[in-house]
Design a protein around this ligand. Structure first.
Ligand SMILES: C[S@@+](CC[C@H](N)C(=O)[O-])C[C@H]1O[C@@H](n2cnc3c(N)ncnc32)[C@H](O)[C@@H]1O
Length: 228
């Protein structure tokens, strides 16, 4: 594909020395468990999320997604709850690891106000060239990814210099007691559904070498704009 076509971002997937996915078998097994969980809950995912969106998450989604510009990569697109919210002018590649989630996203992609290409990809090992995208976006993803810092490093790699990484994530409460409650609840949610409730995502963003240039906090929610 020519370098100036809208979706010319492909590169061969990274593999380790034994031909296994980078990160090794343990990492691959951890991801498989997460992927299977989302395969299982894909049919009811929107049912769980509707009340959350009505309770304020939709306004946050609109705010963060509305900032995407130009060639954009959305990672962990899920059932495509953000797809209707992009502004004209965005050309979107949207990825997820779980085929059942992508199937649902495909229905929303067909009705989206912008061109969308859906692909199956693991955020910890993105099949895109360095500096491919002006905007990279994730909502409610890094609670589920087994190695969030590896995923965030990939976002740093594929975003263009001067481009932006846009994140909307729920994080571990700062309050000592609520933080502990989140630790306990997380044992259940991560096993039954997928998401951890106690991720320290802002710390992970910095650990991945990204700079947070804007942030907004509301309870457990963090909206962050980061740059490489
Ligand atoms: C909580 S859902 C969020 C979906 C969507 N972003 C939203 O805001 O509704 C987490 C999504 O991340 C996907 N996921 C989990 N691990 C992933 C990975 N390593 N790479 C890409 N997607 C992943 C799951 O399949 C699921 O669709």
């Amino acid at each position: 594909m020519a370098a100036d076509t809208p979706f010319a971002h492909e590169s061969p997937p990274a593999v380790g020395s034994a031909g296994q996915p980078a990160g090794g078998l343990v990492a691959a097994a951890a991801q498989l468990t997460v992927t299977r969980r989302y395969e299982r809950i894909a049919a009811v995912y929107d049912l769980f999320n509707r009340p959350m969106d009505r309770g304020g998450a939709l306004a946050r989604r609109k705010r963060i997604v509305g900032r995407a510009l130009g060639d954009t990569l959305e990672v962990g697109v899920g059932t495509g709850r953000n797809l209707a919210l992009y502004q004209p002018g965005v050309r979107l590649v949207a990825t997820d690891v779980a085929p059942a989630m992508l199937e649902r996203a495909a229905r929303r992609a067909a009705a989206a106000p912008i061109p969308v290409r859906l692909e199956r990809a693991d955020v910890q090992q993105l099949p895109y060239l360095d500096a491919s995208f002006e905007t990279v976006l994730a909502t409610c993803l890094f609670c589920s990814v087994p190695d969030p810092v590896a995923g965030l490093r990939e976002l740093r790699r594929v975003v263009r210099p001067g481009g932006r990484v846009l994140l909307l994530e729920h994080v571990r409460p700062r309050n000592l007691v609520l933080g502990r409650v989140a630790d306990v609840l997380s044992l259940v949610t991560s096993r039954l559904l997928g998401p951890h409730l106690n991720r320290r995502t802002e710390g992970n963003v910095r650990a991945a070498g990204l700079r947070i240039v804007e942030g907004r906090s509301e309870g457990i929610w963090r909206e962050s704009v980061a740059q490489a």
